[in-house]
Ligand binder design. Structure first.
Ligand code: TYM
Length: 329
């Protein structure tokens, strides 16, 4: 029997943080290696154009994200790894979806509200139509599963709505995809644990390629409450709870085990152990990423071959869609 299709993407907008890793990328690798899915992972470069960028910086960010993918364990022999902009059918389908989506549905999106509020008059139209492109990314491959962090659930809900709407109007064409969340779908900022860890606030991020010295310094400075106990209490102990989540996700054991281990110990000891854990966890990653970045041609070749493979699938689907809506013969 054919395996269910799974897809996800990340925007090339800078260095990945541990929220991207624990909410998404670590899971991509595990899902790929489970052998249960036909996997597609892409670099969402078109989405990333909605934010300020320079062409030079953009090329570097794309290669860097390709290196991140490979260095964390995504494998072009097991998954189709590709660059979104190289598969034109995504943009074609996004346009069709735009015509099926009301302005109200798009304006309600939390990410749009937050980003357009920040940018005010400078906010571009792409920020608004962003979710229709995301729906196209997913639906064009008939994906059944989409591993993402919690902040993408609203976009995924709209994707499901669009699939239903299209199917109802034009006949069964799309699969309604389901999200796959990790145990830590929302990692918080280490400098302000009431806020989500986000690339836009670098001071609150632990980056995957931070040096051991940076990791130590950042974790020792991580904001915690003035209490003494190391236990999960997201309301009263948001900082410690976030660090416990990071710790437990990295070792793959539940938080109760950690609460027991650190019973009677102080925050400094706990933070020291966590820093060591993070440093060791990403040691190979740092080395492998550096080696991959020294061979940009290899990265380009991986993306080219993946994009060719994805194009074959996506072309078929966009043709089917065009026929369904009466614009292809
Ligand atoms: P992006 O690039 O913002 O983030 C990549 C992934 O990281 C997750 N994530 C987090 N998870 C836990 N805690 C956090 N603090 C945290 N911050 C980010 C995100 O949820 C995401 O899974 N729109 C997407 C990219 C995209 C996409 C798609 C994803 C475009 N098309 C199709 C899936 C399917 C985005 O901006 O992710």
């Amino acid at each position: 029997m054919a395996k269910p299709i799974l897809i996800s993407g990340i925007q090339p907008t800078g260095r990945l943080h541990i929220g991207n890793y624990l909410g998404a990328l670590k899971n991509f690798v595990e899902l790929q290696n489970s052998g249960k899915y036909e996997c597609y992972f892409f670099i969402a470069d078109l989405h990333s154009l909605t934010e300020n960028f320079s062409p030079q910086e953009k090329s570097k960010q794309i290669l860097e994200l390709a290196a991140d993918y490979l260095a964390t364990g995504l494998d072009p022999k097991k998954s189709v790894i590709f660059l979104q902009s190289q598969v034109a059918a995504h943009s074609e389908l996004a346009w069709i979806f735009e015509t099926l989506t009301s302005l109200g549905e798009l304006k309600r999106m939390t990410q749009f509200k937050e980003k357009s509020e920040k940018e005010k008059e400078r906010a571009n139209a792409g920020l608004l139509t962003y979710p229709t492109l995301m729906a196209a990314d997913i639906l064009i491959y008939d994906a059944a599963f989409v591993p993402v962090g919690e902040d993408q659930l609203q976009h995924l809900e709209l994707t499901r709505t669009l699939a239903r709407k299209f199917n109802k109007r034009f006949g069964k064409t799309f699969v309604e995809p389901k999200p796959i969340l990790t145990e830590s779908p929302r990692i918080m900022s280490i400098s302000d644990p009431k806020k989500k860890m986000a690339k836009s606030e670098p001071s609150g991020c632990l980056f995957l390629d931070d040096s051991p010295r940076e990791i130590k310094a950042k974790i020792s400075r991580a904001v915690t409450d003035s209490g003494l106990e190391i236990k999960l209490d997201p309301e009263k102990k948001a900082g410690i709870s976030n660090l416990l989540r990071i710790y437990s996700s990295l070792i793959g054991h539940g938080i109760p085990m950690l609460e027991k281990k650190y019973h009677g110990k102080n925050y400094a000891e706990f933070k020291r152990d966590l820093a060591e854990l993070v440093i060791n966890h990403f040691a190979d990653f740092r080395k492998d990423k550096k080696a991959l970045m020294a061979r940009p041609q290899t990265l380009v070749a991986v993306l080219k071959s993946g994009s060719n493979a994805a194009t074959k699938i996506a072309e078929k689907k966009i043709h089917e869609v065009k026929k369904k809506i009466g614009i292809a013969f």
